[in-house]
Design a protein around this ligand. Structure first.
Ligand code: 13P
Ligand code: SF4
Length: 320
């Protein structure tokens, strides 16, 4: 047996012993997604991860993804032990939205409804009226727009620009970005489309608007997987983290998937189609976390929990 299989066998045993379940995001490495599937856990987008952890009867959730996903799980189920392969796995959107500055921004516009993306700290979530993920952002902002609400949107400016374009809502934008999706390049994507005229372009809306404008389908990770499955094309150019290819290829083994270009000739990019923080989730880290949760267990400030829970539940109820 190779090293990976040995890790997997030991993790399977530990999950049973600890009454734990593995909840993984589509951007984690294929072997982690496969392990979550084999062990009765889930592989999902950020909304479904929250929902699954909330409903599952296990005592312990092991969340393979980034910190905001572990925090969300703990806010929703404080009675459970929530552990992560590493607590260092953060997100540029979360880092780019410190609570003091964001709260001061909100204070300047008290007549606005505060809508924040789930990729934020518990403190920012507690300051928000609504939390959204890319699966439900459009419907929630449409709903607020119909009620004539003016919106403060944070932190992802690209997702915000896309939602504003689709809904026509009055939105004041925080200027955050995802370091992975921010790297997709418009001219190179146009060139690639010209090389593969029969390919459909799938784009996560954390990408710049010029990339979104070249898309045949725009949506959250789960919505893009669905589009790959349902569209009749045999080829796809995919503008999101390459971790998603595992599920796309599994569902559509006969189709071909290409990474959207992240940099022109000779250029460098910080995170070419793979999130450096998602990549921190390895089999060894999962085993270590199950053996000794110290330093890998998620705790949230109970004073913030109540506020964050209210807006998280609003999202879960709305998109039920
Ligand atoms: P999804 O909710 O679409 O899975 O997106 C989460 C994320 O962090 C994308 O970068
Ligand atoms: Fe954050 Fe981007 Fe990584 Fe998603 S891919 S976790 S938005 S840095």
């Amino acid at each position: 047996q190779d090293e990976k299989s040995l890790y997997k066998e030991r993790i399977k045993q530990l999950l049973i012993e600890k009454n734990a379940v593995l909840v993984a995001h589509y951007y984690t490495d294929p072997e982690i997604q496969a392990l979550a599937e084999e062990t009765g856990g889930c592989v999902a987008d950020s909304l479904e991860m929250a929902r699954f952890g909330n409903k599952h009867p296990a005592d312990t959730l092991i969340v393979a993804g980034v910190k905001f996903m572990g925090d969300t799980a703990k806010v929703l189920t404080p009675e459970k032990t929530v552990i992560m392969p590493t607590l260092e796995a953060t997100c540029s959107l979360d880092l780019g939205c410190p609570i003091e500055e964001f709260s001061a921004f909100c204070d300047q516009h008290p007549d606005h409804t505060v809508v924040v993306y789930a990729n934020t700290s518990t403190a920012v979530k507690a300051r928000a009226d609504w939390i959204v993920t890319s699966s439900c952002a459009l419907e929630i902002v449409e709903h607020l727009e119909e009620q004539g609400k003016k919106i403060i949107w944070g932190p992802d400016r690209h997702l915000g620009n896309y939602i504003q374009r689709e809904t026509g809502a009055d939105m004041l934008m925080w200027q955050g970005a995802c370091i992975v999706h921010d790297e997709f390049k418009t001219k190179a994507l146009r060139d690639m489309k010209a090389m593969h005229p029969d390919a459909a372009v799938l784009v996560h809306p954390e990408s710049p608007l010029e990339i979104v404008e070249l898309a045949d389908a725009v949506g959250s990770t789960s919505q893009l997987i669905k589009a790959a499955h349902e569209l009749p094309n045999q080829k796809f150019i995919v503008a999101t983290d390459r971790g998603i290819f595992y599920k796309m290829q599994q569902l559509c083994p006969e189709k071909e998937f290409f990474e959207a270009p992240t940099a022109g000739e000779g250029a460098t990019c910080r995170s070419c189609a793979h999130c450096p923080w998602m990549a921190m989730n390895g089999l060894k880290e999962i085993e270590d976390a199950l053996l000794d949760p110290k330093g890998r267990e998620v705790f949230v400030d109970m004073n913030l929990r109540e506020g964050a829970l209210k807006s998280l539940n609003r999202m879960l109820d709305f998109s039920a």
